[in-house]
Design a binder for this molecule. Structure first.
Ligand code: PLP
Ligand code: COI
Length: 348
């Protein structure tokens, strides 16, 4: 295989119509932790893994994953966004559920390798699509008693994706689910582990059936404060202030962290604090943010239990600050704006 990517290598995909979904590509990369150390990186073209039926990942939820993206820039270069943050978060998640953490070198080398190997699946600049990268760490050692495994598998697969919410950068409707807790205040909510997503599946699917893009979860203890929005953090704009929840049960979003930096850079005040549900009345603009969701502006939030409805984007348009934040984030990711915060790794 050539190391050099030519436009003629492009495959026939309707890039701008891609949903956010699994897409088979040519290769994934794998590495195994055995006898107390990580082994050699392996390249595979199989979509399947062969693991022990008593693997701790299957029984006791010893698993963590990540989500990051690679972009083909305006200059045709490949840019990976803030991969070291994803590495650090995966390290924390691994420690949170007692898995062997992947080393930074293994994470880095596998990431670069899998992106290069699947280069032809990186959507062209201008299509709005990107390459979603999914690192996955699982306990593979057999466990019947409840305990951590002694063997692990780390793999990364990738696939081209479009927007997470079909609306793209158009306003979505969100439903507050008071009858479900996604994560407990001192639980696993800050780790990117599968159990948190299992806990959100029922309320998420119900929200979809009832016409909403996602659920908004409130803090589990008091049901007073906003936690997060399905697979994304929440933010609200009030005048010149960017407000986002501080909570011990939400995933620390790398997108949100980036938006906070951009907001400050734009001269805004940033507040990371408890956000009472009633404050929803006071925001000029609200949105959900994440790697998959980027920024999804919110037009309506309905409290399923109380019936209260909060409306935004009343003229049908996305608010000016959300638009500006979205444009700047995208411009950095696609190499249209200087990477002054050092967020982007260019792969030659
Ligand atoms: N919250 C949850 C529960 C998520 O799954 C995600 C996605 O990763 C986010 C927030 C956003 O995090 P990030 O911006 O790092 O993708
Ligand atoms: C992401 O934004 O990267 C996510 O992981 C969200 C979701 C697909 C789980």
């Amino acid at each position: 295989m050539s190391n050099c990517f030519n436009l003629s290598d492009m495959i026939d995909i309707e890039w701008s119509k891609l949903p956010f979904a699994y897409f088979k590509t040519d290769y994934n990369v794998r590495c195994y932790f055995r006898d107390g150390q990580w082994g050699e990186i392996e390249v595979s073209s199989s979509e399947y893994i062969n693991i022990h039926m008593a693997a701790s990942a299957l029984h006791y939820g010893q698993e963590a994953f990540e989500g990051l993206k690679a972009f083909r820039g305006v200059d045709n270069k490949i840019r990976i966004f803030r991969w070291e943050e994803n590495f650090k978060r995966m390290e924390r998640s691994a420690e949170g559920v007692l898995m062997a953490p992947v080393t930074k070198d293994v994470f880095h080398d596998m990431l670069m390798k899998v992106v290069k190997l699947n280069e032809k699946y990186i959507p062209p600049f201008g299509t709005g699509a990107s390459l979603y990268i999914r690192p996955l760490l699982i306990g593979t050692g057999p466990c019947v008693g409840v305990k951590p495994a002694d063997e692990y598998m780390f793999l990364i697969f990738v696939g081209p994706v479009g927007p997470y919410f079909k609306e793209g950068f158009n306003p979505v409707a969100i439903q507050i689910a008071r009858d479900v807790d996604r994560a407990a205040p001192l639980g696993t909510g800050t780790y990117k582990v599968g159990g948190n997503y299992a806990a959100s599946l029922g309320s998420g699917e119900r929200a979809h059936h009832e016409g909403y893009a996602a659920c908004m979860y409130l803090d589990a203890r008091e049901k007073k404060y906003i936690d997060e929005c399905g697979p994304a953090n929440f933010f609200g704009i009030k005048g010149n202030t960017y407000v986002t929840p501080k909570s011990s049960s939400i995933l620390p979003s790398i997108t949100n962290k980036s938006l906070m930096t951009l907001a400050e850079d734009m001269g805004m005040v940033v507040e990371q604090r408890h956000v009472p549900v009633e404050e929803l009345k006071e925001f000029d603009e609200v949105g959900a943010c994440g790697t998959a969701a980027v920024i999804s502006p919110i037009k309506l939030i309905q409290d399923r239990e109380t019936g209260e409805v909060y409306n935004y984007c009343k003229d049908g348009n996305v608010g000016p600050i959300s638009t500006k934040l979205y444009n700047r984030l995208r411009a950095i990711q696609y190499g249209e704006e200087a990477d002054k915060f050092g967020w982007v790794k260019i792969i030659e």
